[in-house]
Design a protein around this ligand. Structure first.
Ligand code: CAA
Length: 380
């Protein structure tokens, strides 16, 4: 076991931190307030190679490992968790899915652009009646010659309003349940595709979350990823990796909460001394730091398993379950340490709490992670 980062991993972490501090920090709170998508930041993320970090260089990516991705995701999310999720969906759901299971033609046409940050991707699995129960797909894709005709509605789609490419899961054979679902690459300008309701959210407000509508939307059969019926397994296996990204996002928010608490407690005076001198504050900070370190270790372990081609879905479910809880707890403690100032927008900690909560919900709720973990433990 080696706990040292490589030189490349350290360089990625430092690059991500510098970008986050220089480019994201000055305007993150304002973008959150105004619900403004960070177009300029996403463009720079693409130029830095952060939109397709694990994609091989031959397909326009940075050719890095998942550990580097975790380090970058944590640093970006430490400053701006909205930017973190935009990056995460493009990397671990869209690029990963096409890179693993796409055809050479799909990789040349789409992956090279997505990985270079020239196109943005979204992942459309959730529906009004298919959230945790993801195989209950009502969106249909009927074969018609060399095309599929898509009909249905997707909701809660991150990046949906600004995505150029959407990976859409749809039922090709409703009688087969999870085995009758397929995945399609849909271009945003395809007739019959439209962006519907934009959500107003508690947190990650500068990322966009929308519903998508498909009405007789014709997609070439060559845009199907994998065989007919592979779509549910595609989604589950892709989400196994996505959960590492969300765990890293949660870590970033938790670390930001700790950093803010340390800084504030060393300045804020009460009863004639800095509040950092009170054991009540010291113990909170010690507990936050310990939980964050434990969450970081499980997250890095799941990344290391993925990088060494070992099964990682079970561990990534643990990482997301634990890191998301640590993020919510750390943000709550940060508010408590800041007292009244923590509850108002003068400091960032109220944003950290609002952003942290979604990490317990998207890419599989904490309850879904417990299903995955307990099934892994109890199977024969
Ligand atoms: N890898 C490979 N195959 C898998 C798998 C995995 N991780 N998980 C399940 N499967 C396979 C099963 O082996 C089974 O195949 P067989 O029948 O051949 O054995 C098939 O898929 C069906 O699996 P289950 O019976 O386990 O399916 P289920 O209906 O009981 O669902 C679930 C299991 C874990 C609850 C799953 O539905 C799930 O993960 N739900 C949550 C969905 C989710 O995470 N949504 C997030 C939306 S995307 C998002 O949030 C992105 C964003 O915008 C930020």
């Amino acid at each position: 076991m080696n706990f040292d980062y490589t030189e490349t991993q350290l360089m990625i972490k430092e690059t991500a931190r510098k970008f986050a501090e220089d480019e994201l920090a000055p305007s993150a709170a304002e973008r959150d307030e105004k619900e403004e998508f960070p177009f300029e930041a996403v463009k720079i993320l693409g130029e830095l190679g952060f939109m397709g970090m694990m994609v091989p260089e031959t397909y326009g990516g940075a050719g890095l490992d998942t550990i580097s991705y975790v380090l970058a995701m944590e640093e970006i999310s430490r400053v701006d968790a909205s930017c973190g999720v935009i990056m995460s969906v493009n990397n671990s759901l869209v690029c990963y899915g096409i890179n693993e299971w796409g055809t050479e033609e799909q990789k040349q046409k789409y992956l090279t652009q997505l990985a270079a940050g020239k196109l943005l991707g979204a992942f459309a699995l959730s529906e009004p009646e298919a959230g945790s129960d993801a195989s209950n797909q009502k969106t249909t894709a009927d074969k018609s010659g060399n095309e599929y005709v898509l009909n249905g509605t997707k909701n809660f789609i991150t990046n949906g309003a600004n995505a150029d490419i959407i990976l859409v899961m749809a039922a090709t054979d409703k009688t087969k349940g999870p085995h009758g679902i397929s995945t399609f690459i849909v271009e945003k300008n395809t007739p019959g595709f439209s962006i519907a309701k934009k959500e107003k959210k508690l947190g990650i407000r500068s990322s966009d979350t929308v519903s998508l509508a498909f009405q007789d939307c014709r997609v070439p059969a060559s845009n199907r990823i994998g065989d007919e019926g592979f779509g549910f397994k595609f989604a589950m296996r892709t989400l196994d990796g996505g959960r590492i990204g969300i765990a890293a996002q949660a870590l970033g928010i938790a670390q930001a909460s700790l950093d803010a608490s340390i800084q504030y407690s060393k300045q804020r005076k009460a009863f004639g001394k800095n509040i950092a001198e009170f054991q009540a504050i010291q113990f909170k900070i010690a507990d936050m730091a310990t939980k964050i370190e434990a969450a970081r270790l499980i997250t890095l372990k799941s990344a290391a398993l993925k990088d060494t081609n070992k099964p990682f879905g079970f561990t990534s479910a643990m990482a997301k379950l634990y890191a998301s809880k640590v993020a919510v707890d750390a943000a709550l403690e940060a508010i408590q340490i800041h007292g009244g100032y923590g509850y108002v927008k003068e400091y960032n900690v109220e944003r950290y709490l609002r952003d942290a909560k979604i990490t317990e919900i998207y890419e599989g709720t904490s309850e879904v992670q417990r299903i995955v973990i307990s099934r892994g433990l109890l199977k024969d």
